[in-house]
Structure formats: C-alpha cells, structure tokens
Design a protein around this ligand. Sequence first.
Ligand code: HEC
Ligand code: HEC
Ligand code: HEC
Length: 375
Amino acid sequence: MQTMQWIVFSLLLTLGPLSAVAQTNRSLDEGMEIMTQKQLGNCAACHELPGIQGTASNLGPSLKGVGAKLTRETLTQWVKDGRVLRPNTLMPPFGNSGGLQKLTDKRALLTDLQIQKVVETLMTWRSDPLQPLSGVASERQPIQTQSGNAFLSPAMLAMQNDPMANPISLWLDKGQALWASADPKASCAQCHGPLEKNKTLANQFPKWSSNLKKLINLEDQIVQCSEKTSKPYKNLEDPDVLALSALLHQQSNNQTILLRPHATHKEEWQKELNAGAELFMQRMGRMNLACTHCHDQNIGKKMQADIISPGHPTGFPIFKMNWQSMGSIDRRIRACYSGVQADIPPAGSRELRQLELFLKMRAEGLSIEGPSLRR
Ligand code: HEC
Ligand code: HEC
Ligand code: HEC
C-alpha cells in the first residue's frame, strides 16, 4: 500500500501539479526539505522533528505536535521573527535580517513562500502530546566547569585512553621528531633544550607580544619561532605546527591555566580581554545567537549528535573525527561561527585571539588536558 502511494505520488510529481491534493503533498514535501537543509531552515540542528532518524536536538523545544499547540499565525510569526513574540528568544528569525550582525549578505534567510511551506508542514504535526516550552534561561547561569572531555561518549573516551587506538599518538610522535630534529638547524631544541624542560609553555597563551603589539597564541608563537629555523612554517593549521602544539600542550598537562598581563602592557591586555567578553555575548549570523546562548545557557542540550559543553579551551588542539585531522582552537571557534552562519573571521585574526583570551580567563583554575579527541 505504502509503495503504491509512493508510485502514485511520484507520478503526480513528474506530471506536475494535477490536483489540489498533489499540490498540498508537494508543498509538505518542500516544507520538510526546507526544514532539514542546513543552508535553508537548519531546524534539525536545534529541534526534534517527527520522522527524522538519529539523535534529536533539544536546544529548542520538540516540534512534534506543534501544529496542535500553536495557530497558523503564531507558527508563522515564530518562523518569520520570534523576537516579536519573545524579544530575547534564541529562535533565529528566518524571515527578517533586521538587527542581525556579521551577516555575509542582508537577504532574509527564507522567502515568504518558503516560510509558508514550512508552516504548512508544521500544521500537520498534530499527533503528539503537548510539549512544554524549553526553559530558555533569561538570566546568566553560573558557568559550569566541566571540560569537553566530560562530554565524550564512552566509546570516544575509550579510544582517547588507548594510545594504540588514539590517532593523536602519531601526531605526538611527529611533534617529538620535529622538536629534536635530526637536522639541528631545523630543531626547536637548539634554543629551547630538551622537551622535559619545557613543561609550562602551553598554559600561558594567548599572551601580549610587545614586538607585534597584539595577542598571540601558542600556534602563532610556533610559527614565529619556526622562522628562526631552517624549516619555517607559514600556516597556523600546518600539520607540523599542530603536531608541535599537541606536544607542548601534552607537556603542560595538569598545569593550571593562568594568564596575567605583564606590568608593561596591562592596559592593552585588558582591552583585548574586554573585547573578547563582548564578542562572547554578541549575537551573530543568521542564527542570531551568541556564544553565551549555547555555552552558558544551554549546556547539556543536544544539537544533533553534539552535546553542548561549556566550551572550555582546555582540550586543544583537538583531533576531530569529522575533520579527520588535528585542529587548533582557532579552527574550532571558526567552526562555531560557521554553525551560526555568520561571516567567519580569517584564521589568526584579532577577534579569534580576543575570544581565546576570554575563554581562558573564563576557565581560570581549570587545567590543560589536551590534546584530545572530539567527535
Ligand atoms: C539555533 C537553534 C534553532 C534553529 C536553527 C531553529 N529553532 Fe525554532 N526555536 C529555537 C528555540 C531555542 C526555541 C524556543 C524559543 C523561546 O521559547 O524563546 C524555538 C522555538 C520554535 C517554535 C515555537 C515552539 C513552541 O513550542 O512554542 C517553533 C514553531 C519553531 N521554533 C520552529 C522552527 C523551525 C520551523 C525552524 C527551521 C526553519 C527552527 N525553529 C529553527 C531554536 C531554533
Ligand atoms: C548554536 C550553538 C553554539 C554557538 C552559538 C556557539 N557554539 Fe561553540 N560549540 C557548539 C557545539 C554544538 C559544539 C560541539 C560540542 C561542544 O564541545 O560543546 C561547540 C564547541 C565549541 C568549543 C570546543 C569545546 C571542546 O571542548 O571541544 C569551543 C571552544 C567553542 N565551541 C567556542 C565557541 C565560541 C567562542 C562561540 C562564539 C563565537 C561559540 N562557540 C558559539 C555550539 C555553539
Ligand atoms: C633561534 C632560537 C629559537 C628556535 C630555533 C626556536 N625558538 Fe622558540 N623562542 C625563542 C625565543 C628567543 C623565545 C622568547 C620569545 C620570543 O622572542 O619570541 C622563544 C619562545 C618560545 C615559546 C614561548 C615561551 C614562553 O615562555 O613564552 C614557545 C612555546 C616556543 N618558543 C616554541 C618553539 C618551537 C615549537 C620551536 C621549534 C619550531 C622553537 N620555539 C624554536 C627562540 C627560539
């Protein structure tokens, strides 16, 4: 029976909208398509949708049964611009780009017609019992102190703890080979001595560079130092730079994150920190969300297969399974910009260092525990 319906339905689709029924079905289908595509609705990133396989997101309330709970007008308003209903809402406005920051272009994310199709589909979701609204915290909650490792699945944790299975082992070996390179002019050891004497390098970044008059992080420092060797690096995400960063972070494991400005540049440092704090609280992109909305206010909530952690900077650099590579904190923060569909700052930019400084100050008292594995 099911198959029969499908055949009829596909036939209608190929023949074009012959009847009102076909038109409606097609509209529902398109509504679902818009809701599940990342570049369009991206609804599944935050909501549980009926009929979608895999881990359900719960940053927003489940949309099961929403058609029985809300009227067409209210649903349309939520999708168009929920700020009208609730000024501080975390639901992105899909039909109004007014007031959004760091957008790549100024068009609304969905056209009126697309929104209409989405609402058409939402209206059919009536079967489930009423769902309570998710409690969106209106006030800042105390910052939680679990690091990203506390959010790893048991399988990932087992892999992380087994050097034979953990892909990071290879990167650490590579880092060691680079540090004490057989070519003495290429090595780091020529100036810094044996590795064992360099155990407190990674827990002090980012720091203010008086030469460059800006904040630099560990990867910036490695690139700079490499210029004094016969093997200079240009790129912050160069595998060699990441291997050395992984190695130095591992050496600094269990060292408390402790950042203090030097007396000679206290003011500059404080300015960068303040800018980082502001960035953390600033809504951005098409999703119109700030870091704080996820990493302070919705810790533990699911976004598809991810569980939102406090976003502490303790585990870097990370080997991320879906990058199939090691990546720096710089790259991870850029991925969050991409997640909220904001204009992504270039690698190494000031904004990213300001955020890193803020994250490290926010995590003060926690220890370095990188490099680590992530999904
Ligand atoms: C970035 C996360 C995010 C995305 C993406 C998102 N939403 Fe939401 N949505 C929320 C949150 C959080 C709420 C709760 C808002 C509140 O209570 O202030 C919400 C609320 C809603 C509501 C009101 C539900 C109720 O029970 O009152 C509807 C309807 C809704 N969203 C539909 C959608 C649709 C359709 C899409 C895709 C086009 C979508 N959302 C995309 C986060 C999101
Ligand atoms: C829409 C929700 C959302 C927003 C907004 C967001 N992130 Fe994230 N972020 C995530 C998710 C999901 C992950 C992956 C799971 C995790 O580690 O929390 C993540 C991971 C991270 C991590 C890695 C933590 C770890 O231990 O691996 C850092 C650091 C981070 N985010 C920083 C930021 C910063 C800085 C901002 C603001 C520029 C930001 N995020 C904005 C959802 C968000
Ligand atoms: C020619 C000597 C020289 C070589 C080779 C060298 N460095 Fe450095 N490094 C320095 C000096 C000098 C400093 C002090 C800060 C500065 O001038 O940048 C430093 C600082 C550092 C710091 C910060 C230390 C702190 O306490 O703030 C790190 C980390 C570092 N280097 C890593 C490396 C790595 C990794 C390599 C190999 C790619 C390397 N260095 C190669 C001379 C060197």
